[in-house]
Design a binder for this molecule. Structure first.
Ligand code: ADP
Ligand code: MG
Length: 728
């Protein structure tokens, strides 16, 4: 959701368009003259930052209405907000004498001296929002205060009121109208017009406000539409508010959660909210989070909750936090995460109970409910994150941010029903053979191994470091306190994947391949690859034999691979599903052949513990964030993509760009390759920043060895660097 920046920054073009003709012609050798920007341009640039898009204007206006003590707020939108945004409230209104400075920058009624900052309760206090709107749109304010017989209306442009306020009829409160937003920012307007319109975002925003501010009634509709798309009525019950906004089926499946801490050395917070139980199946997680009454996004908390419960809809996580500081964010997240897990686990047990009473083959519902309650404790598997019914389920995960063409996440049809069936099936199997899932001490032992060899210093560094960027293809640069570190992302990701496979053991969601891939072909590919290295291309017959043997071996092991690792091999010997090891991450499919060969050749199938250990290691190696096969186009690899390059380009000359003969098609081919490479590298870097490091922070237990084997190297201490600079 927060993957891509919402809007490419277009300010520069916009302002250039306006100012182009003012820049005097210059001799290209001389430095260009430095000009003072016109104040109106400065204001417009600043305004464009406060009001990024229509939905941000709506958010500011609604917050103002809430600050004005309104009990009813209605929003009307035309053309995604570009033509018209109108917010009407029944709040305390604005005095006539304040109307003239209302839209100047830094005018606010909410703060008058610096000390007020500490006690401020309102949503806004910088006095920038309304002013900003007048620089990028046409603003009309109609308002009436208590006890007046009529109201006043005024229009504003570029921070100033255009005329004296005119008397007009008005109902209680304030109505603010923004017309022609970004009329003077051509590039931004164009970008917004080309992308999907903001109306759905506005509906989403108002829905979120509606379930948090339950004492206010909200409505939101398109201009001219008879029906509102959000319509909430003030109610003392949050659940009622959720029902009226998100519907009965969402509200019916919610569980209440509360978490708090009151240990000043640890964290001080209080939260309360609702989370949907396993009966609710959603395509993606919706999280509505208010911290100290402000609507915010918290990626880290979302990921922590998403872990292992991929199709839960978290509806309202509103809080009554005292002091939420970013410093103890991790502690707070951990607390909330464990409360959520506990709640869901208990609510899921009751779900299994209900289903089994529907199953005609089950003997006694009571007995089964006991079974399912006993299991988690008996199993000895430390973190049973996902309920039993999800063991063999395929699910569609939000495909946003994935690039590989080989992979298309197919939404499973009718997920509700199929998951019911598998749930019933798997619990039946469990009863028939309780040993299967209950007695896996081998997994517990493997988990203990990395738990107990954890390096506490590194753990602290990883938990609290800041990711700065990639220093080269393999090492990331991190800062912790005043120290800088280089960390090998391939090693780190491999180890993290290994630990996650064991932690999520038997509870994976699945990635569905867009087309089942025949094992025999994958194995042949991998065997040939090995031979290219060994320069031996003769023995195709032998290879086919090896491929056949391995295929039938893996077909025999299919049931176990599916049940414990979500690696799905069908009866025709096709690979069609792989496990989700980290949410939001799919492995590089170029490594599938190698992985399958590794499953065929390197697994010890005899000894249970070795078997699980070696399969986990094979998965970890496959899912690790290796460098893409195509060389990095922004580094040394750029030579590789020079046009006219043939097989000889490896000679490193790369200056054959003047070749003219068979040009165009080859040109395009190179461009395709180049953009494929750019995509692969950008995708990897995105995953490193947004998936790998946040997950490392939350879940990783760094093994002792990592402190000394070059995975983690301290490169500098800023204190020493400062001292050096001081001397210069
Ligand atoms: P801020 O909210 O940071 O104070 P704004 O530019 O959003 O700055 O608003 C400026 C001022 O205009 C507010 O401080 C408030 O006094 C007044 N105001 C804005 N909207 C409303 C409204 N809907 N009802 C009453 N007063 C309003
Ligand atoms: Mg405001």
């Amino acid at each position: 959701m927060e993957a891509q920046p919402e809007l490419p920054s277009t300010e520069v073009d916009t302002e250039m368009e306006v100012e182009d003709d003012q820049i005097p012609p210059s001799n290209s050798k001389d430095p260009p003259p430095i000009l003072r920007l016109d104040q109106s341009v400065v204001n417009r640039i600043a305004a464009g930052e406060v009001i990024q898009r229509p939905v941000s204007a709506v958010k500011e206006l609604v917050e103002n209405s809430l600050d004005a003590g309104s009990t009813s707020i209605s929003v009307v939108v035309k053309d995604g907000g570009l033509k018209l945004i109108q917010v009407s409230d029944d709040g305390h209104g604005i005095r006539k004498e304040d109307m003239s400075i209302l839209c100047e920058r830094h005018t606010t009624s909410k703060l008058s001296k610096f000390e007020d900052l500490q006690s401020i309760k309102s949503m806004g206090f910088r006095g920038e929002a309304l002013a900003s709107m007048t620089y990028v749109g046409h603003v009309t304010v109609t308002t009436i205060t208590k006890g007046q017989l009529h109201g006043y209306r005024a229009t504003y442009r570029d921070g100033v009121m255009e005329d004296e306020p005119k008397a007009c009829a008005a109902v209680k409160g304030t109505q603010i109208m923004i017309e022609n937003l970004f009329y003077n920012m051509a590039a931004r307007r164009k970008t917004l017009q080309n992308s999907a319109d903001d109306y759905p975002k506005i509906v989403d925003l108002i829905s979120r406000f509606a379930i948090h501010h339950t004492d206010v009634s909200f409505s939101c509709r398109k201009h001219g539409a008879a029906r509102a798309d959000v319509h909430s009525v003030a109610t003392p019950s949050r659940l009622d508010a959720i029902r009226s906004v998100y519907g009965v089926s969402v509200a019916r499946n919610l569980v209440k959660i509360d978490a708090s801490d009151n240990d000043p050395s640890n964290s001080v917070f209080e939260m309360d909210g609702f989370i949907s139980n396993a009966n609710y199946i959603a395509k993606k997680i919706t999280m509505v989070l208010f911290i100290n009454d402000r609507l915010v996004d918290c990626g880290a908390l979302k990921r922590a909750i998403e872990r292992g419960i991929d199709d839960v809809l978290l509806v309202s996580l509103s809080d009554a936090c005292g002091k939420v500081s970013l410093l103890n964010q991790e502690i707070i997240i951990e607390k909330i995460q464990s409360v959520v897990e506990l709640k869901l686990r208990s609510s899921n047990e009751s779900r299994i109970f209900q289903e089994q009473t529907m199953d005609p083959s089950s003997s006694s519902p009571l007995a089964t409910s006991q079974d399912s309650q006993k299991d988690p404790s008996k199993s000895g598997i430390k973190s049973q994150k996902t309920p039993v019914h999800k063991m063999i389920r395929t699910d569609s995960l939000d495909p946003a941010g994935r690039l590989h063409a080989y992979l298309q996440i197919k939404p499973s049809n009718n997920p509700e029903r199929s998951s019911c069936l598998t749930s019933v099936r798997s619990s039946i199997r469990q009863r028939r053979n309780p040993k299967e899932t209950a007695d896996l001490t081998s997994i517990q032992e493997l988990i203990n191994e990395f738990d107990s060899t954890c390096h506490s210093g590194l753990l602290d560094t990883i938990r609290h470091c800041t990711y700065i960027g990639m220093a080269d293809d393999v090492f990331a640069l991190l800062q912790h306190n005043t120290n800088l570190y280089l960390a090998n992302v391939i090693n780190l990701s491999k180890e993290l994947m290994y630990q996650q496979v064991l932690t999520r053991f038997a509870h994976f969601n699945a990635i569905q391949l867009s087309e089942p891939a025949p094992l025999s072909e994958l194995l042949m590919l991998a065997l040939k690859e090995e031979d290219v290295a060994a320069e031996d291309n003769e023995n195709d017959d032998l290879k086919e034999k090896i491929a056949d043997m391995n295929t039938s071996l893996l077909k025999q092991k299919a049931e176990m691979l599916e049940e414990y690792f979500s690696i799905y091999i069908d009866s025709n010997g096709n690979l069609s599903r792989l496990p989700v090891i980290l949410d939001q991450y799919t492995p590089d499919m170029d490594h599938v052949p190698e992985f399958v060969l590794c499953l065929g050749n390197d697994i010890d199938w005899e000894d249970e513990k070795n078997c699980f250990q070696s399969i986990s290691a094979a998965l970890a190696n496959f899912y690790a964030m290796h460098t893409p096969l195509l060389p990095n186009p922004s580094g040394d690899g750029s030579q590789f993509y020079k046009k006219g390059k043939s097989s000889s380009s490896i000679d490193g000359q790369g200056n054959s760009s003047k070749t003219t003969g068979n040009d165009t098609t080859e040109d395009e081919y190179e461009n395709d390759l180049l953009s494929e490479a750019e995509n692969a590298w950008a995708q990897r870097e995105w995953s490193i920043q947004h998936v790998l490091f946040p997950s490392l922070r939350l879940f990783f237990k760094p093994p002792n060895a990592m402190a000394t084997n070059g995975t983690f190297v301290q490169v500098a201490s800023l204190e020493k660097l400062y001292r050096i600079f001081e001397r210069c």
